[in-house]
Design a protein around this ligand. Structure first.
Ligand SMILES: [Zn+2]
Length: 359
């Protein structure tokens, strides 16, 4: 009997142990998957943030830090590691995103996934992620007035960041907001934009003129860095360009944004398109969110050099060493010391020409 009891004791102990472990496992997985509370918002914007250029969410300290013409800048923008963007939909109350709208948004995500190494992944336990909400019923100010708008921060901000959508039926408006979230600014606020467009203040509310501010001299657009001449890279066709009637205070025409002519007049009715990614949109997002086996070399880079498009290696052999077998090494124009023995299969791409490999 004692023998049986002791066995029973062991069995019960084991059972308890297993139950406790299972319970621990359950609580642990609950803790890990716990859904963060939705952020407290006013008019779709979290406390401490504001909207500039109509749809870009920045910290309120944005201007204090850098002055009126500031912008975070290409060098300061945080890109999503490995192109993975965790997301969730707000499904509560007035902000709830319907199933049909969730499907529409995921179609917009697919358009970006198709051209770059970007993956929008449903959030599980990631710390940094976007919350997509329906902004249609938003109210702002005092007394409160309707203020529905599309908006997003630029790049990965850290923690939970909001993407507000009203235009659920316009796929490439959603793509535009997702491009902001990936790290893109507006085309027409480029430092060199005055060569291509004129802003007509006569039809713009003075309170809205700041939306046409040129941002600092920081080169935010990698398509410029890519070495193409400016004339080739100002992208009238970009989904990130505003239309000719943006912020018009009265009927339009008169246009608020006028393409400089000659030779750019042909673009007048085209700017602001929201029907596709332009060729340069696709190129740029594909370079910023590169394939895993792509590396870049640029002899003029003075940064820390991690081989990415935005921070390329300076030395040719660093590029060949770090490019995975079968990968592609993109080389910016210039002369490179390249004498050596190479026994790895690589594709060398000089997309802009004028690369000399020598000693
Ligand atoms: Zn925008």
């Amino acid at each position: 009997m004692r023998y049986i009891l002791s066995h029973l004791y062991v069995a019960i102990s084991l059972l308890l142990f297993v139950v406790i472990m299972l319970w621990l496992g359950t609580t642990q997985s609950f803790a890990q998957d716990e859904t963060p509370e939705l952020l407290e918002l006013e008019g779709g914007i979290p406390a401490g943030f504001m909207v500039i250029e109509g749809d870009i969410i920045v910290p309120e300290s944005f201007f204090e830090q850098n002055g009126e013409s500031s912008r975070g800048g290409f060098g300061d923008t945080q890109f999503w590691p490995n192109g993975a963007v965790p997301f969730r939909f707000d499904t509560t109350g007035n902000d709830a995103v319907s199933q049909a709208n969730q499907n529409a948004m995921q179609s917009a995500m697919g358009d970006l996934e198709a051209v770059a190494n970007v993956t929008f992944v449903p959030r599980t336990s990631q710390t940094n992620f976007i919350t997509i909400r329906n902004s249609t019923n938003d109210m702002c100010g005092s007394p409160p007035e309707p203020c529905p708008r599309n908006s997003s921060a630029v790049g990965m901000v850290g923690g939970d960041q909001i993407v507000n959508i009203v235009s659920w039926n316009t796929n490439f408006v959603m793509v535009h907001e997702l491009m902001h979230a990936l790290g893109f600014w507006h085309e027409q606020s480029r430092p060199d934009r005055d060569h291509y467009i004129e802003i007509n203040p006569d039809n713009i509310d003075p309170d809205n003129l700041h939306n046409f501010q040129i941002r600092s001299a920081v080169d935010v657009y990698p398509k410029r860095d890519y070495g193409l001449s400016d004339a080739d890279t100002y992208d009238f066709d970009s989904v990130m360009h505003y239309g000719q009637c943006a912020f018009a205070v009265s009927a339009c025409p008169p246009n608020t944004t006028i393409t400089v002519s000659p030779p750019n007049q042909a673009w007048q009715n085209q700017i602001g398109q929201r029907v596709r990614l332009s060729d340069l949109d696709s190129l740029t997002v594909s370079l910023l969110y590169r394939q895993p086996n792509w590396r870049f070399v640029d002899r003029t880079n003075t940064g820390s050099q991690n081989g990415s498009f935005s921070d390329p290696y300076r030395i040719f052999s660093d590029g060949t060493t770090h490019t995975p077998t079968g990968g592609t090494l993109f080389i910016q124009p210039g002369n490179y010391y390249a004498v050596g023995t190479y026994n790895k299969e690589l594709i060398l791409d000089a997309p802009l020409g004028n690369v000399v490999l020598g000693n």
